[in-house]
Design a binder for this molecule. Structure first.
Ligand code: AVJ
Ligand code: FE
Length: 440
């Protein structure tokens, strides 16, 4: 997007807005009206709230702010302000019904496309204006991923369908890559659509470390489950053990044991656990306990980004592990093209120069790092996007999942959640310190 002319940028934005809306429509048209207004889990909003919230944010930022137009529905701002009402309370609000929500988002979008036509995207305010459109595209795609997680939580017959991801090109064994120590550039000042928390680019000194070439698979995680890992206090942090006991955890969310066989429920289908697929729906605490059991640890956020972006042949950071090109289907399992992570080894074209696979797509990866702003952080365009979440209660996740759209996924993109959350499409990979002498 960086070097597009104004007209090409306009076409690009319009195409991205349309793509996001097609996905929102798919996710909300797949179920009937009762299902749209129902709360499938206390952790989630009713799908109809997400839909109208997408429209309301678009109205606030693009119709009113960029366009300077009259409000479409000023009266509903408060209902769709995520900070006014926790998710659990949203079903009891006087929300727009399914029909009203659909016509509201359509009306807003029609105005936005008109604003886009008439807004100069060149000149002094280019970045601010173009950024507002990019932010809204990403906002819709992020809520679409959240709605996909709501679909995973709902019970009943499957309503979403997609082909399976590719098979591994070669059977992938677990191995490690040693990343040499030294400075690398973390974050970005150049990506036009990067959100405030990804900025600015800054140098970080990272001691040498080893990182596994693929995310932890279900098969390996099963060894932890069957080996009594959930009952062994030694592997768990204090907070992790408290959560493990209180929530009575025995396995990843959506796993179930039938006789001797573990199965999982995935978008309404009960299936055997796929051994070679990255494990998904584990909390930070479970990932952290598994790592201790395996004699390793989770990577820090800086280690994850260095593994994903550092170019060992040039002293620069790449946009993605495979280089600077935008993600193509051959690079990574993104964008809800598939409704599951791909088996490890399925994306050799997406590997980093050192041979780390599937950093982008498949599953969000828990890191050991709390969510804070980078040195020089400036909230933009609103404090509520990231700054109000900074602090020790949130852990950073990286890389995006099969449900993350490429528009909302970068080598620098930062996600965050509470360490107890399991409904998101999160897994993890392992790292460890290296001893001096191990680095060649
Ligand atoms: C970045 C995924 C944590 O869903 O809470 C959506 C994204 N911000 N609306 C979230 C977001 C405002 C955010 N996460
Ligand atoms: Fe939102």
């Amino acid at each position: 997007t960086a070097d597009l002319g104004a007209e090409a940028l306009r076409d690009h934005v319009a195409a991205q807005l349309t793509r996001a809306r097609e996905r929102s429509a798919l996710l909300t048209d797949a179920v009937d009206d009762d299902d749209l207004v129902r709360q499938h889990s206390k952790l989630m909003s009713p799908l109809v709230w997400d839909l109208a919230h997408i429209g309301n944010q678009e109205e606030l930022w693009l119709v009113r702010d960029v366009g300077g137009r009259e409000p479409v529905r000023r009266d509903i701002d408060e209902l769709y302000d995520a900070f006014q009402h926790p998710r659990a309370a949203r079903p009891t609000l006087p929300l727009l019904g399914p029909g009203e929500a659909r016509s509201y988002v359509r009306e807003v979008r029609d105005k936005v496309l008109d604003v886009l036509e008439r807004t100069p995207l060149e000149g002094r305010r280019l970045l601010d204006r173009a950024f507002a459109f990019g932010m809204i595209v990403q906002h819709e795609q992020q809520h679409d991923e959240t709605m996909l997680a709501t679909h995973q939580l709902r019970t009943g017959a499957p309503v979403l369908h997609a082909p399976d991801p590719p098979k591994p090109v070669v059977a992938h064994r677990v191995d490690e890559v040693i990343v040499p120590g030294g400075r690398f550039t973390m974050g970005t000042s150049a990506e036009p659509w990067a959100l405030d928390n990804e900025r600015p680019a800054h140098a970080v000194e990272v001691p040498p470390f080893a990182i596994e070439s693929v995310p932890v698979t279900c098969g390996r995680y099963l060894e932890f489950v069957e080996g009594g890992g959930y009952d062994d206090r030694r592997w768990w942090s204090d907070g992790g053990w408290a959560f493990r006991v209180e929530a009575n955890l025995v396995a990843p969310r959506f796993w179930d044991k039938h006789g001797q066989t573990w199965t999982r429920r995935r978008f309404g289908v009960v299936e055997e656990i796929p051994h070679d697929e990255p494990v998904v729906h584990v909390s930070f605490h479970e990932a952290d306990a598994f790592a201790r059991w395996a004699g390793k640890r989770l990577p820090t956020e800086a280690e994850w980004e260095k593994a994903a972006r550092h170019d060992p042949d040039g002293d620069r950071s790449r946009r993605f592990p495979w280089g600077d090109e935008d993600p193509e289907p051959r690079h990574a399992n993104l964008g809800q093209r598939h409704l599951r992570p791909a088996p490890v080894g399925a994306y050799p074209d997406g590997a980093s120069p050192l041979g780390v696979h599937q950093l982008i797509g498949d599953v969000w990866e828990w890191t050991a790092t709390d969510f804070y702003g980078y040195p020089g952080f400036q909230a933009f365009p609103y404090r509520e996007y990231s700054e109000v979440f900074f602090g020790p209660e949130y852990k950073v996740l990286r890389g995006g999942s099969f449900g993350t759209d490429p528009a909302a996924c970068r080598g620098t993109f930062r996600n965050w959640d509470y360490p107890i959350r399991r409904q998101i499409f999160a897994g993890f990979r392992l790292a460890r310190d290296v001893r001096s002498g191990e680095v060649r």
